[in-house]
Design a protein around this ligand. Structure first.
Ligand code: FDA
Length: 402
């Protein structure tokens, strides 16, 4: 049995940050990763350039049954702390939009940075090392009870165990439900998990109406359950995707109808009245084809507006009829049948109930020495670098305490 101060299960964003932080405090740290290399999700993130943080990060950008839980850790490890590390390692970055920071060159540099930090802090990392079981056993030299980790590479013991095994999204990248099993083993409650930041699927007539428009993208404001996001929507073969849809998917529940404003930031009736005044002889169908992608506008006319005969000149439309058109443009209902699931989801919603965890240290309230960090917890960020910021901040909080 080899002894350490801190054992970390999972060499992803949160686990590596936790290991670096604890290692820098002089702790002997071992990271156990069952995949053949660490940081696989970092490598594939942001289209290979890792959207590593968001300068606008605030607690409002996160979903959790306890919306206050993330505050303390986010306040103590901010995007600027991570940017300082990135700059110290000479990694060039740029802001894409809305505070989203990406590497100029490659997300590989972020993984290399974390590995260099680990090596500097004396952290040992074991990859291809699956954990068979965890036992919370007899007291060590300090009197505190020890966690015993039985793995493919032997047994390890430490008074502190950090569960950083992530969520269920992208199983082919090493995602597992192991963290949830451990939480249950130690008496923690779990909140139901589901895929988040994920494309939505359509079925039946809803899918038939849009499927051949696959590849068409347009700006929309997507709303559901009191939340809305303005950005692009992309029509896919099986449904809809794009940033606005990925964002709203985290708020969507089966059975909910999405409402889409197809002219975000504009009053649809005002726009139509203006067109009527300026180009009275133009057909409504033609004008809609200028406001929206042409093929999308055509389909809207065929399926949602045929009763108004949209091939008429717009001057023939009275106010109630223009109101009807405006209502479709401003509040277009779309019934999704499901999501593409964990195969493509960026994150897992739900997870370890934060009620059982200290918000300042991420330590279990039930089992001293046990910590949960990152996505395994019921804290999920919006699209745009917020999830990595949560991984860094929660990992840092646990690494400062364990
Ligand atoms: P993470 O999943 O990173 O790490 C968990 C680690 O534990 C993995 O290495 C896994 O193999 C390991 N593990 C699991 N079970 C184990 C076991 N039993 N034993 C040992 N090890 C085990 N976020 C963002 O902010 N910006 C972005 O650009 C993106 N882009 C993005 C793209 C794609 C395709 C995905 C799927 C996700 C994103 N994300 C993102 C989300 C982000 O990747 C995610 O929220 C963080 O990686 C979560 O960090 P964790 O360390 O908690 O889990």
């Amino acid at each position: 049995m080899e002894h350490y101060d801190v054992l970390v299960i999972g060499g992803g964003a949160a686990g590596l940050m936790c290991a670096v932080t604890a290692g820098r405090r002089g702790k002997r740290v071992l990271v156990v990763e069952h995949a053949n290399k660490v940081g696989k999700k970092i490598l594939m993130s942001g289209g290979g350039r890792c959207n590593f943080t968001n300068t606008g990060t605030s607690p409002e950008n996160f979903l959790s049954a306890n919306r206050h839980f993330c505050k303390s850790a986010l306040a103590r490890y901010t995007p600027w702390h991570f940017i300082e590390m990135v700059e110290r390692h000479g990694i060039a970055w740029h802001e894409k939009e809305l505070g989203q920071l990406f590497c100029d060159v490659s997300s590989k540099l972020i993984v290399k940075m974390l590995l260099d930090e680990c090596s500097d802090a004396g952290v040992r990392i074991e990859t291809s090392c699956g954990v068979d079981r965890v036992v919370h056993g007899e007291a060590g030299a300090t009197g505190s009870k020890m966690f015993h980790l039985h793995t493919a590479r032997g047994a390890f013991a430490a008074p502190a165990l950090v569960v950083a095994s992530g969520g269920l999204s992208i199983p082919s990248m090493g995602a597992s439900g192991f963290g949830y099993e451990l939480a249950r083993q130690f008496g923690h409650a779990l909140l139901p998990t589901r895929a988040g930041l994920v494309p939505l699927t359509l079925s039946g007539k809803h899918q038939e109406r849009l499927a051949d428009l696959s590849g068409v993208a347009l700006p929309v404001t997507a709303s559901c359950n009191g939340q809305d996001f303005s950005n692009y929507m992309l029509v896919t073969h099986r449904g809809i995707s794009g940033p606005s849809i990925l964002q709203i998917s985290s708020y969507w529940q089966p059975g909910d109808t999405l409402r889409l404003d197809l002219l975000p930031g504009r009053d649809a009736l005002d726009a139509l009245l203006q067109l009527q005044a300026e180009r009275p002889a133009a057909e409504l169908r033609t004008l809609l084809g200028e406001l929206l992608p042409k093929r999308f506008a055509q389909r809207l006319c065929e399926v949602w507006l045929p009763q108004l005969q949209p091939n008429r000149p717009i001057r023939q439309f009275n106010l109630p009829q223009l109101r009807e058109v405006a209502a479709v443009l401003a509040d277009w209902p779309l019934v999704a049948s499901g999501t593409e699931g964990y195969r493509t989801a960026e994150v897992t919603l739900g997870g370890v109930d934060t009620d059982g965890v200290s918000s300042s240290t991420m330590q279990s309230r039930h089992v001293p020495g046990l910590y949960f960090v990152g996505e395994v917890l019921d804290v999920t960020g919006w699209l745009g670098g917020y999830n990595f910021q949560w991984a860094w901040a929660s990992g840092h909080a646990a690494g400062s305490a364990a």
